[in-house]
Write a protein that binds this ligand. Structure first.
Ligand code: SF4
Length: 403
């Protein structure tokens, strides 16, 4: 149902889209029951039973191309149990699911939080609204997009098994104006960046911290700091409220600066996920990341400054690198050398797997075994933060009191 994990109990993000969508639907007057089958570890029969007992007028199911095989099993069971109840599919990548028309009445293309209410009303009345793709239509309609400055109710995490989530997520902006050709974010959320009001986002984060008492809050924005002024305003709004809850975000090096990292750290930011990538000018230019191969020098200077600023201000810097784009071993060696000179706290290396709908440039990846060796080599460049004074005292105390 839109969540793919390598094994039971592995890391997954809580269903943020559902939390916001439920809140929007409730604000529109709908009675909504949400089921997070993945979070609760429910099997198909248990979810179908829950749906049947709720006697719904409509069932909306989050799906994704990668999980479609399992999604279909659930939709089949649902159809057998509740054949008369209309089924609506949604999800950031749902539009790329092939052959969904045999399993549902319609699919919502675009931002579910913004379009689900109207789509459900249209499904029951047979009308057409933006983003609603009826099973009988051959081509998808233009997506429904949440506009910049949109006002949303606070996410209804309380309608989900929130106690099972180790952290919560939220968002301040959608979309990205860049065009890195490995990136699935822009396929789902589009190329126009739409930001919410920074004061409202600070308010929501504060409320999440006070209400659910989680130790982590993760922004799902693809480029959190694309608008530096927005981030400064958000941090100031957060600091005004008192001791801020811990939060994390992700971005690319050019959007960050040591001053911005300092402001973010003072407003509770504890981790930045930094998309660094393989450091080759021609490669990053070919894949749309850099405007010209020569831009690499400046890119590296910015990346090194961000990594060092994170260390200085106690923000964990988690660097991400996509491999398998046609880079050479010399490119990988140059990246390893850069990381040795400016070591982040953590390095994650991901193998490029084209998302449905992507059109990557022609490329011949290095052999799998070579990529695996380099993935380990790059990951070894992490230098974790030294434990803080409190952690050191706790360890020392444990050592003193050991049996
Ligand atoms: S900057 Fe990030 S979010 Fe934007 S297109 Fe590139 S990889 Fe995707």
């Amino acid at each position: 149902m839109g969540v793919l994990v390598p094994r039971a109990g592995a890391f997954f993000y809580p269903p943020q889209t559902i939390a916001y969508s439920v809140a929007v639907l409730q604000a529109m007057g709908y009675q909504v029951m949400a089921v997070d089958a993945v979070g609760e570890g429910l099997d198909v029969a248990a979810v179908v039973t829950r749906c049947r007992d709720a006697r719904p007028d409509v069932i909306a199911v989050q799906v994704a191309p990668q999980t479609w095989t399992a999604d279909r099993v659930f939709l089949e069971a649902l159809r057998e149990c509740l054949p008369q109840v209309p089924r609506l599919l949604f999800g950031t990548g749902a539009v790329f699911v092939q052959g969904w028309q045999s399993w549902a009445d319609a699919l919502l293309v675009g931002d579910a939080e913004w379009g689900l209410g109207q789509a459900i009303a249209a499904l029951m009345s047979g009308e057409t609204v933006r983003g609603l793709w009826w099973a009988g239509q051959s081509q998808p309609p233009p997506p429904v997009r949440i506009p910049a400055g949109a006002s949303l109710p606070r996410p209804a995490w309380d309608s989900l098994p929130v106690e099972r989530y180790p952290f919560l997520t939220l968002w301040g902006s959608r979309g990205c104006e860049a065009n890195c050709r490995w990136c699935p974010y822009v396929l789902g959320w589009g190329h126009t960046r739409r930001a919410r009001d920074p004061e409202t986002v600070a308010d929501e984060l504060w409320w999440l911290g006070q209400t659910f008492r989680k130790s982590r809050h993760i922004f799902r924005d693809p480029v959190f700091a694309a608008d530096e002024g927005w981030v400064f305003d958000f941090c100031a709004a957060l600091r005004q409220r008192g001791r801020p809850p811990a939060w994390e975000c992700e971005d690319r090096p050019e959007h960050l600066s040591p001053e911005l990292v300092a402001a973010m750290a003072s407003a509770g930011c504890t981790q930045i996920k930094l998309g660094l990538e393989v450091l080759s000018g021609p490669l990053l230019h070919r894949w749309g990341r850099l405007p010209a191969p020569e831009a690499l020098t400046e890119y590296q200077v910015q990346a090194a400054a961000v990594i060092r600023a994170c260390r200085r201000y106690n923000v964990m810097c988690h660097v991400f690198i996509v491999i398998g784009l046609g880079e050479t071993e010399a490119d990988l060696a140059a990246t390893a050398e850069f990381l040795a000179a400016a070591p982040p706290h953590h390095v994650s290396v991901k193998r490029f797997i084209p998302y449905p709908g992507l059109r990557p440039p022609e490329h011949i990846p290095l052999p799998e075994a070579t990529l695996n060796v380099w993935a380990q080599e790059l990951a070894r460049r992490s230098i974790p933060a030294r434990p803080g004074a409190r952690a050191r005292i706790r360890r020392w105390f444990r050592w003193l009191t050991r049996g």
